[in-house]
Design a binder for this molecule. Structure first.
Ligand code: NAD
Length: 350
C-alpha cells in the first residue's frame, strides 16, 4: 500500500450502507460474491502469514457482540459484529457489522466500512470458495434451510460460482420462504418452496443450513443426509448454538476455518476434541485433500473467521478506485506539529 500524502492523512474513506449498495449494484451481486471469493481464497493461500486469533466475544442472554481482528503484516483489520437471534422478531437484523483497515507501519486507518451487507457477501463468498473444493462435481441442486438475511446471497453465490440451477427453500416461517422466493425471482434459478426440511433436502447435492436460534437445534437429522452430499453449515456459530445432529458429524469429513475458534463455536463443539478435522487452508494449498470420492459426505463447519472479513474489506478498498462511492471522514486528529495536540484544540476555539 503506498503511503498517503501528509495533507490527505487525516481523512479516512468511509463506505456507508448506501455507498456499499451502489458499489454492489454497479458490479452485480453474483459478480461481487465471485470476486470476493477470489480474495478470500488468496488470503487462505497465504494463511500462515496472518496474525490469527479466535474472535473476542461478549455474550449476553440475548446474543453476542464480537471483535474480529487480524493482520497480514502490512495491513491490519477488524470487524465489529453482533449476533442476536431474537432481533428479527423485534424488527432488528440478527447480524449487523462494521469494520476497518489500517496501515501496520504507522497505525493510521485507511478505510472504514459498513459490514452488514458486506458480511452477507463475504459469508456467501467463503461458502462458495469452500464448495469449489468440497462439493460434488456438477452440483445442480441446493437445499437452503433458513431463508433469512443471508439466504439469497448464498443462493446467488452458489448459482454464479458453482453452477447451481435449483434452490429448494425451507424456513419454519413461511413468510421468510416467500420473501426469499420473491427476491430470487428472475435470477434464472429454479426456486422450489418446501413445506418441510425433509422435502428441501430431497435430491440436493448441497445442503446449506442458515438458521438462527441460540440453542442446540437439530435442523438436519442423520437420516436426511445421503451419501455424497456437501453440507454448508453456516448458522451454528456460537457456544451452545448448533444446527446438525451429532450423528451427521460422525459420518462426515469435516472442514473448518480456524480450529481454536471452531472448537468453541462450530458444530464440532458437540464432538470429543481429538475428533479428526481438516483445516480448509490446507485443502486450498494442496497439503490435504478436499473431496476424495462421490460417496463422501463433506461438511464445511463455517463460523466465519477474521481473515474472510479482511479479504472482503481489501476487496472493497480496491474497488474505491473505479467506484469512488465513499465519504471522507475526519477521523484522525492531525496537528501540524504532531506534539501539539493541545495547541490544535486551543486554536480551534478561534
Ligand atoms: P435471520 O434471522 O435473518 O434468518 C434466520 C432464519 O432462520 C429465519 O428466517 C428463521 O425463521 C429461520 N429458522 C430458525 N429456526 C429454523 C428452523 N428450525 N428451521 C428452518 N428455519 C429456521 O439470520 P441470518 O442473518 O440469515 O443468519 C442466519 C444464521 O447464520 C445466524 O445464526 C448467524 O449468526 C449465522 N451467520 C453465520 C455466518 C458465518 O460466517 N458462518 C455469517 C453470517 C451469519
Amino acid at each position: 500500500m503506498t503511503a498517503p500524502k501528509p495533507s490527505a492523512m487525516a481523512m479516512v474513506p468511509f463506505v456507508s450502507v448506501e455507498n456499499m449498495m451502489k458499489i454492489v449494484n454497479e458490479i452485480g451481486v453474483g459478480e461481487v460474491i465471485a470476486q470476493i471469493a477470489d480474495y478470500v481464497q488468496e488470503d487462505f493461500e497465504r494463511w500462515e502469514i496472518f496474525d490469527k486469533t479466535a474472535r473476542i466475544p461478549s455474550h449476553s442472554e440475548e446474543g453476542v457482540i464480537e471483535l474480529m481482528p487480524t493482520s497480514d503484516g502490512e495491513t491490519y483489520g477488524f470487524k465489529y459484529v453482533n449476533g442476536h437471534p431474537a432481533n428479527m422478531a423485534r424488527g432488528f437484523q440478527t447480524v449487523t457489522a462494521f469494520g476497518m483497515l489500517a496501515r501496520v507501519d504507522n497505525g493510521y486507518p485507511v478505510m472504514f466500512s459498513e459490514m452488514t451487507v458486506l458480511t452477507a457477501l463475504r459469508t456467501a463468498a467463503t461458502s462458495v470458495m469452500a464448495a469449489k473444493f468440497l462439493a460434488p462435481k456438477n452440483s445442480k441442486v441446493m437445499a437452503m434451510i433458513g431463508a433469512g438475511a443471508q439466504s439469497e446471497f448464498q443462493a446467488t453465490g452458489f448459482q454464479k460460482v458453482i453452477g447451481i440451477e435449483e434452490v429448494r427453500l425451507y424456513d419454519i416461517d413461511p413468510k421468510a420462504t416467500e420473501k426469499a422466493a420473491s427476491n430470487l425471482a428472475g435470477s434464472g434459478l429454479r426456486i422450489v418452496k418446501c413445506k418441510t426440511s425433509e422435502d428441501a433436502v430431497s435430491g440436493a447435492d448441497i445442503i446449506t443450513t442458515c438458521t438462527a436460534d441460540k440453542q442446540y437445534a437439530t435442523i438436519l437429522t442423520d437420516n436426511m443426509v445421503g451419501a455424497g452430499v456437501h453440507i454448508n453449515a453456516i448458522g451454528g456459530d456460537c457456544p451452545g448454538k448448533t444446527e446438525l445432529h451429532k450423528d451427521i458429524l460422525l459420518r462426515s469429513d469435516i472442514f473448518v476455518e480456524y480450529p481454536p475458534q471452531t472448537w468453541v463455536e462450530g458444530e464440532i463443539q458437540q464432538l470429543d476434541n481429538d475428533h479428526p478435522i481438516t483445516e480448509l487452508w490446507k485443502v486450498i494449498t494442496g497439503v490435504e485433500k478436499g473431496r476424495k470420492d462421490a460417496q463422501q459426505i463433506t461438511l464445511f463447519d463455517s463460523v466465519g473467521f477474521a481473515t474472510e472479513d479482511f479479504s472482503a474489506l481489501r476487496y472493497i478498498r480496491d474497488q474505491l478506485e473505479n467506484y469512488p462511492f465513499y465519504q471522507d471522514l475526519d477521523m484522525i486528529a492531525d496537528p501540524d506539529d504532531p506534539r501539539d495536540l493541545f495547541g490544535m484544540v486551543k486554536r480551534a476555539k478561534g
